[in-house]
Design a protein around this ligand. Structure first.
Ligand SMILES: [Zn+2]
Length: 131
């Protein structure tokens, strides 16, 4: 399982989780990573594929390009976890989730909860994923 976290831009704070080996990104709501709020993202913008333990990103004909560490993606390039990539005004990062413990949300009361929980198991407060 991986998650793709939005770090900045109009959809700052959004997260997308998937265990699929092909992840499409774009403005269209059919994409696993759908970014409808960024006007500079194309309908079909980019694709990430998993090959073994590696992730690769390619631009799928976007108007404004896909960038990995500020380098425009001309063909398929490797996308290591924790590397920042950009589409339009949106900066994103891919994170591998090895186990549920890697992916916890700490409540304001200090108790760790699973990201799959919506409410704190200790105090019942609504959890906001910190990424
Ligand atoms: Zn709590």
């Amino acid at each position: 399982m991986i998650k793709i976290v939005v770090l900045s831009g109009p959809m700052d704070g959004f997260e997308f989780r998937t265990d699929k080996s092909e992840i499409t990104l774009g403005k269209d709501s059919q994409h696993i990573v759908a970014l409808p709020l960024d006007p500079q993202v194309s309908q079909n913008h980019a694709r990430i594929t998993r090959e073994g333990d590696e992730y690769w990103v390619e631009d799928t004909g976007s108007s404004n390009g896909t960038f990995v560490e500020n380098q425009r993606v001309e063909s398929k390039v490797v996308l290591p976890p924790e590397t920042i990539f950009k589409m339009g005004r949106t900066a994103l990062k891919l994170k591998a989730i090895q186990s549920p413990e890697d992916d916890t949300v700490v409540c304001k009361c200090g108790v760790k909860n699973s990201v799959f929980d919506k409410w704190c198991k200790n105090c019942g407060r609504e959890l906001l994923s910190s990424g």
